[in-house]
Write a protein that binds this ligand. Structure first.
Ligand SMILES: [Zn+2]
Length: 617
């Protein structure tokens, strides 16, 4: 949390937002939560899992995942989920809860301090308004408006999705934004203009196109798609990758589809903007489109919080087949069921629903095959069931089968295939095992290659893992911090006993000191405390120690404190330091020197002991 940035938003406003925002409500937008006792549980959006270990405490207004140890308060949730900065998450919640934030007139220097991402959101938002204005407000966009109407899109849908028109000019948007004093370099960074080859200025990327703004799950405009209205090429043009636009993590229209997805428990995945819009307009609101890329695990992470089933809709056998083969393993490991619909020849979702209506569409989707059955059926049709045909089918299916990491579903599919083909199950299994070994080797080679290119990050994670392991050793220190969070009656005694001085774990020490400085008091205080912690790892630990409920009593607490003090390797060190101070006060130089020598030895020893603990893991 940049202090400077936070200063743009008054403290009392942050407080107001914190009081208004309910973490259960906010998290529910992304994760299907179920009440269990005092807390809520759901599938973690930050790691792959099939049994819920993601926990939200409405009383403490914090979350914690017992699987991947991510944790925090409502702000840190949004920061992590949507990649927002702290002020961004504050503004998002302010909008959501109808709290007005003052927008300070920014000086040049302040502007520099605002995060680049925030600037990019703002530029994209301005560009979206510009394009939309051109479509609905002036003569320039008439042609585009006629085109959209002819394709059957209502004014309502045009406004709902802020469709726009990029004028047929080289600098229409460029001039508009320059007029708003946006530096050209930033417009380029947003992907909206391209530098001229002669380095002499910039020109608009999108010209004479229908514009589809792309919004992320927090409804921020992150990029654009543009489509021509005639046969010129390229038919579609998308924003390039920017700090806020990553097509591997975005699905067009998902932000608008979310509620319906949650209601239905399912999502329709299509390939084009018009497909998504056509479905939405006819009431099939739980649809989203990929942005010119195959489905990625990140896409599935985005939607698995509110759907149990994804239906992939394709208009050509080949694209459908490839995408299905690739995505089987991904979906299975996220616990999301996946079905595949092939549209009749010559149709895409847009033309199909326009011609036959939503009833026909639902019927078609209702008959969709589960993805593995789809692959088996397609392969059977292609190769036939002769001996050679069966071998070819096995060949086609071995990779998708091998990509399923979970043994149980994989085994079921292997059984199904062997039955369909009349081949011995062990023969299929053998083939799949071979393939798993091949895939594993491929992964290792890839991983090694990646490692060679990014050694610092790699060593960072090893370092972190070690730190985490050594933390497991510090069970007593953890207990004391948990006690401080959950049983504030002990705070005074903890302070008096100086038990924190005996801590070996710096993170726990940091948290302990923070609690003493800002005693949480009320339960919401823990969420406040979290706002003071910049480091995500520290926040995770803080959340984990406050969410696990234990029964505390004074006697046990005192036992834990004295146990830590008597077992701490630092004990001797601390008592020596006290003796040194005493000797210094008495001006006994000989004793001071002797004690200092001893202290040095012990410090080295303690440090070595710490290192050994780290090395063991
Ligand atoms: Zn998790």
């Amino acid at each position: 949390m940049g202090v400077l940035l936070a200063n743009f938003i008054p403290e009392d406003k942050i407080e107001e937002i914190k009081n208004a925002a309910d973490i259960v409500e906010v998290v529910s937008e992304y994760v299907l939560l179920k009440k269990t006792g005092r807390n809520y549980n759901g599938l973690c959006p930050f790691h792959s899992e099939k049994t819920p270990s993601f926990t939200v405490s409405p009383e403490k207004q914090i979350f914690h995942c017992f699987g991947c140890s991510t944790g925090g308060n409502v702000f840190s949730f949004l920061m992590k989920q949507d990649g927002l900065s702290f002020p961004e998450s504050v503004r998002f919640l302010a909008r959501r809860y109808g709290i007005d934030l003052p927008r300070p007139e920014m000086t040049g220097k302040m502007r520099q301090q605002v995060s680049e991402r925030e600037q990019l959101y703002k530029i994209n938002r301005d560009a979206m308004d510009f394009f939309h204005g051109k479509l609905v407000g002036g003569s320039q966009g008439d042609k585009a408006m006629v085109y959209l109407k002819r394709r059957g899109f209502s004014r309502e849908i045009i406004d709902r999705f802020y469709l726009g028109y990029a004028p047929d000019a080289w600098d229409a948007l460029l001039n508009y934004l320059k007029h708003k004093r946006v530096p050209a370099e930033m417009i380029e960074k947003a992907g909206l203009v391209i530098a001229r080859k002669d380095k002499n200025g910039f020109y608009d990327r999108f010209r004479n196109r229908i514009i589809f703004p792309i919004l992320n799950m927090s409804r921020q405009t992150v990029g654009f798609g543009g489509r021509v209205m005639d046969d010129s090429l390229p038919k579609y043009l998308n924003s390039p990758e920017t700090p806020v636009y990553n097509k591997r993590r975005l699905l067009y229209g998902l932000y608008a589809a979310r509620n319906k997805c949650r209601e239905e428990g399912s999502v329709y995945i299509v390939e084009g903007y018009f497909d998504q819009l056509a479905l939405y307009q006819r009431g099939v609101e739980n649809a989203a489109a990929t942005l010119g890329t195959a489905l990625t695990p990140e896409h599935i992470h985005l939607m698995k919080g509110f759907v149990k089933r994804a239906v992939l809709i394709f208009d050509s056998d080949e694209a459908g087949l490839k995408a299905s083969e690739r995505s089987v393993g991904m979906f299975v490991s996220e616990g999301v069921e996946v079905h595949v619909v092939m549209l009749p020849k010559g149709h895409d979702p847009d033309s199909y629903i326009s011609e036959f209506g939503p009833e026909a569409f639902y019927k078609l989707a209702g008959n969709a095959l589960e993805v593995m059955s789809f692959l088996m059926t397609t392969a059977e049709k292609k190769h036939g069931l002769s001996v050679n045909g069966k071998l070819a089918i096995l060949e086609d299916l071995r990779r998708p089968l091998a990509s399923i990491e979970d043994v149980n579903p994989r085994q079921l599919y292997i059984k199904e295939l062997s039955e369909r083909l009349g081949i011995d199950e062990s023969a299929v299994l053998e083939k799949v095992r071979e393939t798993i070994a091949v895939l594993k080797r491929e992964h290792e080679i890839q991983a090694r290659r990646a490692e060679r290119f990014t050694p610092p990050a790699e060593s960072m994670t090893i370092h972190k893992k070690r730190a985490q392991k050594s933390r497991a050793e510090n069970r007593l220190e953890q207990q004391i911090v948990a006690m401080m969070l959950q049983y504030p009656e002990m705070l005074l005694e903890i302070e008096k006993s100086n038990v924190l001085d005996y801590f070996m774990d710096n993170t726990l020490l940091f948290i302990g000191k923070l609690i003493l400085e800002h005693p949480p008091g009320t339960e919401k205080g823990i969420s406040n405390l979290m706002s003071m912690v910049d480091d995500a790892e520290k926040r995770n630990i803080l959340a984990s120690l406050s969410i696990k409920e234990e029964m505390w009593n004074q006697r046990d607490c005192r036992k834990i404190i004295s146990k830590l003090i008597s077992h701490s390797p630092k004990r001797h060190e601390i008592s020596l330091k006290a003796q040194i101070s005493a000797a210094e006060r008495e001006n006994n130089q000989d004793l001071v020197l002797k004690l200092l020598g001893e202290l040095q030895k012990i410090t080295v020893l303690n440090r070595k002991q710490m290192n050994d603990v780290l090395k063991e893991h």
